[in-house]
Design a protein around this ligand. Sequence first.
Ligand SMILES: [Zn+2]
Ligand SMILES: [Zn+2]
Length: 271
Amino acid sequence: MYIADYHTHSNCSIDGSSTMTEMARAAIDAGLDEICITDHVDTIIWNSTKRRGAHDWSQTIAQYRDACDALGDKIKIRLGAEFGETGIHPDLARENMASAPPLDFVIGSVHTAAARNDWADFYYIDSREEAHWYDVIDGYLDEVERLLQIGDFDVLGHLTLPLRYANEHKGMHLSFERFYDRADAIFRRLIETGRGIECNTNRGNTPLPDAPLLRRYRALGGEIITLGSDAHTTDQVGCCIRERQSLLRECGFTHFCTFEARRPIFHTIDI
Ligand SMILES: [Zn+2]
Ligand SMILES: [Zn+2]
């Protein structure tokens, strides 16, 4: 069984706490064959629409070199990035991509509602009102659709992310069901353009997206799929990757992907 965690954050992300070397060591300890570090590259200052300065890749480059020097003979370490909020300042996202070191893998992510909800970051939304959250999800999908048009990425990150904040953080019971048609349209567009999705294991909580949507993506012909824990600390590295590999099999997938130089490598699911 080949185990790869394709969504992890080092302390090159504001909300990460460990170096890439520490994350890679944790991956070895967790029995992983491969880890991809996908630190945030955002266009906005979080919880605002204020434009960030150009991304400084120097720490990423230095830490990646250190990690490969220290542990590259024990585990495959790939360099990725999670590009967030591309739709708010697309020119900055393009600039950051142009100045990036060679990347193996890029996740395209949306963490905010749309303009009509002030681009609110889900993390900071206080409401427990269902109607409000469904409106937020509706706007989130507008932003995902915009990302599909303008973003340079390999897989769409954590589709259904608002559910993490509404259900896990606020104890609500929202379902994505009323948005399945829109999700199908997003899947079709990803498939047509040679891109894929991730199954974010959500550090052991409900996967993003979960089984019904994974089945729909597969039924539409979706093949490109990665598995990532979204670990921000060493103890979360590899969390539930094995379990979600079996979930993928149950949902009709025969393979999952890793990436090298932005090209997918297919691995048989043999569990
Ligand atoms: Zn994210
Ligand atoms: Zn992330």
